[in-house]
Unconditional design. Structure first.
Lengths: 225, 122
């Protein structure tokens, strides 16, 4: 009987043990992205935050501070529009839009594909603008060197307590729109205190992307020129 | 929040496994879902149902075992379940500081999404 293959008969039932981590595939691709970026000497910054918190504005202000714009590139993540890419384009840097369609976050696979499309030779700093969302991006690392979460004064003071994961996974929390603090009746220090409650190790920086206040501190914390 | 993409990953993975073994149907899929993931079990089940209309997957059951979260303190060495806020408005948001010494904690368990077992019918 040697050499015979025994296969299950009709109607038989078998359990297959898999024990596979679903998010592992994303983590592996994120590590691949990181290796690719390191080989090219590119420092990547994942910018996360709610819709309207000021992610695009922060990237625009940081580009303006950069002394060599030809060394900056931006990936803009959004569900369906190219609004952010059009804004970034005006600054004369390389930019690529990633439209996720239905997905609420960027994942390492989409970013990896975009990295292969973007001409990254000579680029020093790559901003990856995540989809406006405080939940999903926390679970999908992209391979970036630094993760920034932008929270704005107009969101009120509870955002960090409601969404602790995104702050825990970030290196820097930017509290934006501080120029509106008085009008909104929100104390930026209270927001900072709430960030520290959920993520004591995160650097907290207060900014106004409208007036430019604090933006230089963000550039310094990110180690970009 | 990303239950749809997680359900799609499960469906694709399970379909692949069924065809690899030449199974006629998938009867049951067992998942371990960490308490500290951002995936809601009920919504995951609903999305799985929506996405499993393929004849090979139709009538299959998704069984979700929730894995309790565990944190460990960098300062005092505490290891155990994370604590939740007293505030009813924020009762589902865990506190990531040590219940003993209030230092920052690391999550060591509860952020996993594992496909543990698939039951195939031939």
């Amino acid at each position: 009987m040697s050499g015979e293959v025994v296969s299950p008969g009709e109607g038989e039932v078998f359990d297959i043990e898999l024990e596979e981590e679903l998010l592992e595939a994303n983590r592996r691709l994120a590590e691949e992205n990181r290796r690719m970026l390191d080989d090219l000497g590119v420092k990547a910054i994942d910018v996360m935050g709610s819709i309207g918190s000021g992610k695009t504005s922060l990237i625009e202000r940081l580009i303006e501070l950069h002394d060599r714009r030809e060394r900056v590139a931006v990936l803009c993540g959004d569900l369906t529009t190219t609004i952010d890419m059009e804004r970034i384009k005006r600054h004369g840097v390389k930019v690529l839009q990633i439209n996720t369609g239905k997905e609420c976050h960027l994942d390492a696979n989409l970013v990896g594909k975009a990295l292969r499309r973007l001409e990254l030779k000579g680029v020093e700093t790559l901003f990856i603008e995540n989809v406006g969302n405080l939940i999903c991006p926390a679970e999908f690392p992209l391979g970036a060197h630094k993760r920034v979460v932008v929270v704005s004064i107009t969101e009120g003071e509870y955002t960090p307590l409601k969404h602790p994961y995104i702050f825990m996974d970030a290196d820097i929390a930017v509290i934006n729109k501080i120029d509106l603090a008085q009008a909104m009746g929100i104390n930026p220090d209270k927001v900072a205190e709430n960030v520290r409650k959920v993520a004591p190790d995160v650097d907290v920086i207060k900014t106004s992307c409208k007036t430019g206040e604090g933006v230089r501190d963000v550039a310094e914390a990110l180690g970009i020129r | 929040m990303h239950e749809f993409s997680v359900a799609s990953m499960i469906v694709e993975r399970v379909k692949g496994e069924a065809s690899k073994h030449g199974a006629r149907k998938v009867r049951r899929v067992e998942i371990k879902l960490g308490e500290l993931t951002l995936v809601n079990p009920e919504q995951l089940k609903f999305n799985y149902m929506v996405l499993s209309q393929d004849p090979i997957l139709r009538d299959s059951e998704l069984i979700i075992e929730v894995i309790p979260g565990e944190v460990s303190c960098r300062e005092c060495g505490f290891r155990g379940r994370p604590t939740y806020r007293d505030d009813p408005a924020l009762h589902l948001a865990p506190i990531f500081s040590c219940p003993v010494c209030e230092s920052p904690v690391e999550v060591i368990k509860g952020r996993e999404i594992v496909i543990s077992r698939v039951t195939l019918e031939f």
